[in-house]
Write a protein that binds this ligand. Structure first.
Ligand code: SF4
Length: 506
């Protein structure tokens, strides 16, 4: 007897799973981050993980997104050949309808981040559709679905190579992971696909990220094949790089590494790495004809109850009165609490502003002496001032930085991850500063925002220029006015400490 799967059951199950993963981390991931937090010796990295864990607990209680980037929906569907559909939509349309409902849910609106015409108009589709869907047909009478919401910052750090058959996978991974920087918001997981063809290796890497965190179990029982042996070796060697949480240097860069392989052509050895970030989000369900699938929420006891105090000696800065001279006294690695008014702007706003400047036209906002926060917030619900509003990857704004500092008198920037050499040179030349907030702690960051209004480019939606009034927003000086970058010094120091054997990584 074939199983009959109702269209509505699939739509409801997809929508429910996507809402669920927007505010609940997988429990294995929370536990792995907690272990890493307890073990961490670098205070800055430990503080970052504290914020990630506090944010995670707050999101679970408040049912609001872990990260302002609520991701691109990626779905792996395995359909039994004995399944019959009670549906008038295609399977793809049903899944996209589930995405649409999830992202427009009035109680927990998620950010629509998907742009059609990617090399042209880049127009927001408005409901985060379409999802990226992979199908597999197998014997059986159920529909097995994995949904994930993949952050753009971590997806951007994907690496691929077609190695020579005799090349070392380990050498290649250890070469490219440092090149990935911190834009993927470590600590997280690396999915590695080896073999097949170019696209198969990518798919294996993505699929590998759906597996639970179980590296400690594997270490205990030992490897039974080459993929497992690689996991054990790479987990140790990647953590020995000392990159650490948010790239600040430290003992944990990855909480697990997953490897999947597939037979390949004699002339090829395709390899792909896809990282999963601090906002690791995925869920699984099976439809067997008995109705929609329900996700089981974690218990609040699954979340460590961590407190994070910055201490009385921390520097407090009033953004409404801060001067260039004051900025020059800030040192790399220092924690600062920001209060007062800051502007926001990310990719699209920077492109528009630099285009206006190139044409000699004026900007909608005067940036002189101001700070700009690279963010695309989630829309607010209920009495919120703004939805989750964590930092986006600053590196993408590097190419605009010199122009912005030179032509507008902008004083400083706030974002996440490292700055490249051109941006660091511009920061040093203009005695500016780059501050970082923790990626993956967006709901926590949003609690510091007391008011929000749009000042420019309203047509850009979440990419518009907002003015935020903040109170005690925690940031770290990542590049100071002398051009010293914590993302260079941090990993160097912690790599050396690990090599000296002073510290044990797990
Ligand atoms: S944690 Fe970082 S990489 Fe992940 S979705 Fe959030 S901002 Fe993007």
């Amino acid at each position: 007897m074939p199983t009959v799967i109702r269209q509505q059951d699939l739509i409801d199950s997809v929508a429910d799973a996507l809402q669920f993963i927007s505010y609940y981390h997988p429990v294995d991931f929370i536990q792995a981050i907690h272990k890493a937090y307890e073990r961490e010796q670098n205070k800055a990295a430990k503080d970052a993980m504290a914020q990630i864990l506090i944010n995670s607990r707050m999101c679970a209680i408040g049912h609001r997104p872990i990260c302002q980037d609520t991701g691109i929906v990626t779905v792996f569907v395995t359909v039994g050949m004995d399944v019959q559909w009670d549906a008038d939509m295609s399977l793809t349309d049903m899944i996209n309808e589930g995405v649409r409902r999830a992202y427009n849910h009035p109680d927990n609106v998620l950010r629509a981040s998907i742009l059609a015409d990617p090399d042209g108009a880049r127009k927001n589709t408005g409901d985060n559709t379409p999802a990226v869907i992979h199908y597999n047909i197998v014997p059986g009478n159920t529909v097995d679905v994995h949904v994930a919401a993949k952050g753009g910052g971590s997806e951007a750090k994907t690496k691929f190579a077609m190695l020579n058959p005799s090349d070392s996978v380990v050498d290649w991974v250890l070469k490219v992971v440092p090149e990935m920087g911190a834009g993927w918001c470590p600590p997280g997981m690396l999915g590695i696909g080896i073999g097949g063809t170019a696209e198969k290796a990518m798919l294996l890497a993505k699929e590998a990220l759906l597996d639970p965190v179980d590296i400690q179990e594997l270490q205990e029982r030992g490897a039974s094949n080459r993929a497992e042996a690689l996991r054990i070796e790479l987990y140790d060697k990647v953590n020995r790089l000392g990159i650490g949480a948010q790239g600040l240097g430290g003992l944990t860069t990855v909480v697990d590494i997953k490897v999947k392989d597939y037979p390949t052509h004699a002339a090829n050895k395709a390899i792909a790495i896809i990282p999963n970030c601090a906002a690791t989000r995925h869920a699984h369900f099976v439809l067997d004809g008995s109705g929609p699938a329900c996700q089981t929420p974690p218990s609040i006891e699954d979340y460590p109850d961590i407190t994070w105090e910055v201490g009385d000696s921390v520097r407090r800065v009033n953004l409404d009165t801060v001067t260039p001279e004051e900025v020059q006294t800030w040192k790399t690695g220092e924690t600062i609490l920001l209060s007062g008014k800051m502007l926001t702007g990310r990719d699209a706003a920077h492109k528009k502003m630099t285009d206006l400047l190139a044409r000699g036209e004026s900007l909608p906002v005067d940036l002189k002496g101001r700070f700009i926060y690279y963010v695309g917030p989630v829309d607010p619900v209920r009495d919120e001032v703004v939805g989750p509003a964590g930092p986006t990857t600053a590196t993408r704004m590097d190419k605009f930085t010199r122009t912005m500092l030179e032509k507008t008198g902008l004083l400083g920037m706030i974002g996440k991850s490292e700055r490249g050499p051109a941006a660091i040179d511009a920061i040093r030349d203009h005695k500016s500063v780059y501050l970082m907030a923790v990626g993956g702690a967006a709901y926590l960051v949003a609690q510091a925002i007391k008011s929000s209004s749009v000042l420019g480019f309203p047509e850009l939606g979440m990419e518009a220029i907002y003015e935020f009034d903040v109170k005690d927003m925690p940031v770290t000086v990542a590049v100071d006015s002398r051009g010293e970058s914590v993302h260079t010094t941090g990993p160097q120091i912690w790599k050396a400490k690990i090599e000296e054997g002073v510290l044990e990584i797990q």
